[in-house]
Design a binder for this molecule. Structure first.
Ligand code: ADP
Ligand code: MG
Length: 275
């Protein structure tokens, strides 16, 4: 499989001196679902901002598809990588939802017919067609989040980055967002999210990258989420399901569930065996 993002020896310091990234190396494959996990302040947002050239590498390189991220390529990088910020209020500023979602594609210089097609399909994708003429500031947090996502989708990027997408969403909002993320993966998009939600990472991601103090502490499949060293070092928690199964006696079945679905199938096996 082809990498669509490559990060090599990336360092980044903020002007006042905080060294936020201290030598990050990372590959992200096309059409993968990547969760970047780490405690607050680990450098997740700083890293994500490099993927769509809102931060430019100070030392090291970031490659997006066939482009090296730099001042010269930032505009075209932003057509390939869309970013959904943590707070939708940082992203939404127009008077109506439709106008807001049109902003990106209009800026790309597309024809007005093409913009209309893209906006309608983006609104449909996040199921907010009925909100198109509303003022964003009248919407709920979850609805605003969808508007922000639609604005990114309308630009049709190959790679979509979400910074803490599940923060402050209610259960229905979370479920809806998971559905949207699933649809996007099926369409062939590459999805990267930053989160400290290990349950979500276990449910959703096919690659996990744990970041701590500006460095990659571990990467791999969700198996790393039950590695006590990694979880402790990164001030994370085990997935809830894993916490329960850790307390149960060894039963000769080495399959260790991390998601509800996996737990259910393991419990069913145990019940069958005991009947
Ligand atoms: N705009 C900024 N100016 C100065 N320091 C910042 C800024 N943004 C983040 N930092 C610092 O950089 C480090 C990494 O922050 P951040 O990337 O936001 O981490 P995370 O997203 O994992 O919580 C932290 O020490 C944070 O205080
Ligand atoms: Mg952050």
């Amino acid at each position: 499989m082809v990498n669509c993002i490559e990060v090599r020896d990336l360092f980044f310091s903020y002007e006042e001196g905080t060294q936020a990234l201290k030598g990050i190396n990372l590959d992200i494959k096309k059409n993968s679902r990547v969760a970047i996990l780490g405690p607050n302040g680990a450098g997740k947002s700083t890293l994500l901002l490099h993927f769509n050239a809102l931060n430019l590498p100070q030392t090291g390189k970031v490659r997006v598809e066939d482009l090296e991220v730099s001042k010269k390529t930032e505009k075209i990088v932003r057509t390939k990588v869309g970013m959904v910020f943590q707070d939708p209020d940082d992203q939404i500023f127009s008077m109506t939802v439709r106008e807001d979602v049109s902003f990106g594609p209009l800026n790309m210089g597309l024809s007005s017919e093409e913009v209309v097609v893209r906006v309608e399909s983006a609104l449909r994708a996040v199921r907010i067609e009925d909100l198109a003429d509303k003022a964003p500031y009248h919407l709920s947090y979850g609805q605003k989040k969808r508007v922000a996502i639609a604005g990114v989708l309308a630009m049709r990027p190959d790679i979509i980055i979400f910074d803490e997408p599940f923060a402050y969403l209610d259960p229905r909002g979370k479920k809806g967002l998971l559905q949207i993320l699933g649809d996007l993966s099926e369409e062939g998009k590459t999805i990267v999210i930053a989160t400290h939600d290990v349950d979500l990472a276990a449910e959703w991601a096919d690659k996990i990258v744990v970041i701590q103090e500006g460095k990659v502490l571990a990467e791999g499949d969700k198996g790393i989420l039950i590695d006590p060293y990694i979880i402790e070092q990164a001030d994370l928690d085990f997935p809830t399901v894993a916490k329960i199964f850790k307390e149960l006696p060894e039963d000769g079945d080495f399959f260790f569930p991390m998601t509800i679905e996996e737990a259910v199938s393991k419990i069913k096996r145990i019940i069958r065996r005991n009947n």
